[in-house]
Design a protein around this ligand. Structure first.
Ligand SMILES: NC(=O)CC(=O)C(=O)O
Length: 296
């Protein structure tokens, strides 16, 4: 078998660990979420196993997959991370299926504070990352939608990435998608994929959901996955749905509609390198004139 030029010159120093991969199969689960927490969690676990059977190696769930999305629900549905029953179920499912699980989000209780939190589990069921939504969803569009997460939630303050078999993945939650500085810093930290569990609504969804996913993919030349709950028109907050995957060329690889469903696709990091080498904006930035800095 041919050795690559790099291996031939520096056999010891440049060889990547055996478990590193260049591509993997991702499953994005757009599931229905209702008021019955146990039923929501059981549905998520069942979807993780189904995705594994179809070949998924990393499975991502939507924002608020164990609770309806709304400030009046967070206190009642909140759990401690990682000791709560939802986290224990996610850990068990990840270990039984042997897949990495990006556990959407759940309302987290920590002392007196509540957070909108994403947990990430590896294929042995170990917690590898916890991310608390950093930009709270406080908006007021008269006669359309007014929402104020900050009435009950506290904001996280840690940009969070994790390693999946040599591929760095960043996590954001819903409204975070609007903040280019955050995605830029995750890209600077080496991410090839950003996953955002999210639940845009019937006003902002059609206007901005796909636009922002493609914008972030194009700005940072990486993969972007947005994972929404399915639409429930009887809910207090009606989610847009439209779970989607965008590649580093900012092309929509697949997008669901409003109904429950799953996107199964290959995420190939070679594409990240292809775009970044062919359109080299990363090395052409005028950081002598401007910059984006990580303060915390
Ligand atoms: N629900 C959110 O956090 C964000 C959202 O719906 C939007 O930005 O629009």
């Amino acid at each position: 078998m041919c050795e690559s030029a790099t291996d031939a010159v520096h056999p010891r120093f440049f060889r990547k660990p055996e478990h590193y991969v260049r591509a993997f199969k991702i499953a994005l689960i757009q599931m229905s979420v209702g008021p019955d927490k146990a039923k929501n969690v059981a549905a998520a676990i069942s979807e993780i196993h189904k995705a594994k059977e179809k070949g998924a190696q990393l499975v991502a769930l939507p924002e608020c997959f164990n609770s309806p999305y709304g400030t009046k629900y967070f206190e009642e549905y909140a759990e401690e991370v990682p000791s709560g029953s939802t986290c224990r179920a996610l850990s068990r499912a990840a270990a039984e299926a042997g897949v990495c699980v990006v556990g959407g989000t759940l309302p987290e209780r920590c002392g007196h504070a509540l957070y909108n939190t994403c947990t990430v589990w590896d294929g042995s069921g170990a917690l590898v990352a916890t991310y608390r939504k950093m930009h709270l969803f406080d908006i007021d569009i008269p006669n359309k939608i007014t929402f104020k997460e900050s009435e009950v939630l506290s904001a996280g303050d840690q940009i969070t990435t994790f390693d999946y078999q040599g591929i760095k993945i960043g996590i954001g939650i819903c409204y975070d998608l609007r903040f280019i500085e955050m995605s830029h810093l995750m890209a600077k930290q080496g991410c090839s994929l950003l996953i955002y569990p999210g639940a845009f609504n019937m006003t902002t969804g059609p206007k901005h959901w796909e636009l922002l996913a493609r914008a972030r993919a194009n700005d940072e030349q990486l993969w972007v996955a947005l994972v929404s709950p399915a639409r429930d028109t009887t809910a207090g907050y009606v989610a847009w749905g439209h779970t989607l995957l965008v590649d580093p060329w900012a092309t929509v690889v697949d997008q669901l509609g409003e109904a429950p469903g799953t996107i199964m696709a290959d995420v190939d990091v070679n594409l990240v390198e292809e775009v970044r080498s062919q359109i080299p904006i990363r090395v052409q930035r005028r950081t002598d004139i401007y910059d984006t800095v990580h303060k915390k």
